[in-house]
Design a protein around this ligand. Structure first.
Ligand SMILES: [Zn+2]
Ligand SMILES: [Zn+2]
Length: 385
């Protein structure tokens, strides 16, 4: 078992994420499979090396993948300070605009039902857009989007070399076991001077990401850069602050030699272990705090859905500010905007401590009934103050 990022020849097993088997799929369904976490003793990268049965189950997830089914196929909305809410892809592409040429060719690898391509069609007016995915499930839908010139499925080898000015890997890299080879292939598709835009979940700010069964890599800012440098890229723009729980890097082909090995970093090793321990003790805290009384989970994201497989009792509601999810159900529990929830609830906040406290304060200020709620906030940790 080689480490997915630094290629070290062994990884160690940390154990199951959570207090019982159970996880979440990246298309927002609960899953009965246990999320077993491994860590590289050299670079500290957290990763999953699935057995054959789990890999088969994951292939089935991809075959029937329903992107954003809780929100009628619409992607996540972000709520940036001082700006109106907007799709996450839109917000990120807007941030990249100053670095990109006025026109060019964009390839979205793992395009799904076209979240990136939709935003690119509106923001990158002079660009020609191309979609790629494993199968043809969303082919027709993607080809109907404005600006989309082609859709390819199957092997990456079908795509032309040195053709693209921007290749996008949007919440895709974390799904690829052994991502180094595919990343190097994508490098060959770029024109000289072309960019690769990568966004993945940030395990340091969201250790809950470990519960996503089909995420095989759980990147920190450092391990993501180790991988990208090994594949021959360097950072052109660091978008780590853009999205509160994601890492975003705009990369270009590196002119530096590919580093042959990485040295052990004791801080990263301890950090990865701390995220794993934090996740497990947080799930335990939530379970123990909800043994009696009515309670709700805040947020129908990955963390909230994973908790449905971990807690002994079922919540009365799942609260979510994204109105596209209003009325959808998970495990029979209805998703409701906070302002329509009942009084005197315990409210589980599955976020890093400071984010959880910030969101709780925002909800208290905006929603009168929240004054009667008891928010359950996780403990702070070194990587998650
Ligand atoms: Zn490693
Ligand atoms: Zn993902």
């Amino acid at each position: 078992m080689n480490c997915f990022t630094c290629q070290n020849e062994s990884v160690s097993e940390l154990g199951v994420a959570g207090i019982r088997p159970g996880s979440v799929t990246s298309d927002s369904w609960t899953c009965r499979l246990a999320a077993v976490i491994h860590q590289c003793p050299r670079c500290g990268h957290l990763q999953k090396h699935h057995d054959k049965a789990t890999l088969e189950a994951i292939n089935e997830i991809y075959r029937t993948y329903a992107p954003h089914h809780l929100a009628q196929g619409n992607e996540q909305v972000v709520f940036p300070e001082g700006l109106s809410p907007r799709p996450r892809t839109w917000y990120t592409l807007e941030k990249c605009l100053p670095s990109l040429p006025a026109n060019g060719r964009l390839l979205d690898v793992g395009c799904g039902n076209g979240a990136v391509l939709k935003s690119a069609g509106a923001l990158l007016k002079g660009w020609e857009l191309h979609g790629y995915d494993l199968n043809d499930k969303h082919r027709d839908e993607v080809l109907r989007l404005p600006g989309v010139a082609s859709f390819t499925s199957g092997s990456l080898k079908k795509l032309p070399h040195r053709e693209y000015d921007l290749v996008v890997l949007w919440h895709t890299l974390e799904h690829i076991p052994s991502p180094l080879g595919p990343l190097a292939e994508l490098r060959d598709l770029l024109k000289p001077g072309g960019f690769l835009l990568v966004q993945v979940p940030d395990v340091e700010r969201t250790p809950f990401d470990m519960a996503v069964i089909d995420h095989t890599s759980h990147f920190s800012r450092r391990t993501l850069e180790i991988l990208c440098r090994q594949a021959g890229f360097e950072v052109a723009m660091d978008g780590t602050p853009w999205i509160h729980n994601c890492l975003t890097l705009l990369l270009r082909k590196s002119t530096l030699p590919v580093p042959s090995s990485q040295t052990v970093d004791a801080i990263t090793l301890a950090g990865g272990r701390a995220q794993f321990d934090w996740y497990n003790s947080t799930v335990r805290l939530f379970d123990e705090s909800t043994r009696e009384g009515e309670f709700a989970i805040f947020g129908a994201g990955m963390a909230g859905i994973a908790l449905l497989t971990q807690l002994t009792r079922k919540p009365t509601l799942i609260l979510d500010e994204d109105r596209q999810r209003d009325g959808s159900k998970l495990e029979g529990v209805t998703i409701t905007p906070p302002d329509r929830a009942t009084a005197n609830l315990k409210v589980i906040m599955p976020f890093a401590a400071s984010n959880a406290a910030r969101i709780a304060a925002k909800v208290r200020a905006a929603v009168p009934v929240a004054a009667t709620w008891q928010f359950i906030i996780p403990a702070a940790s070194a990587t998650n103050p």
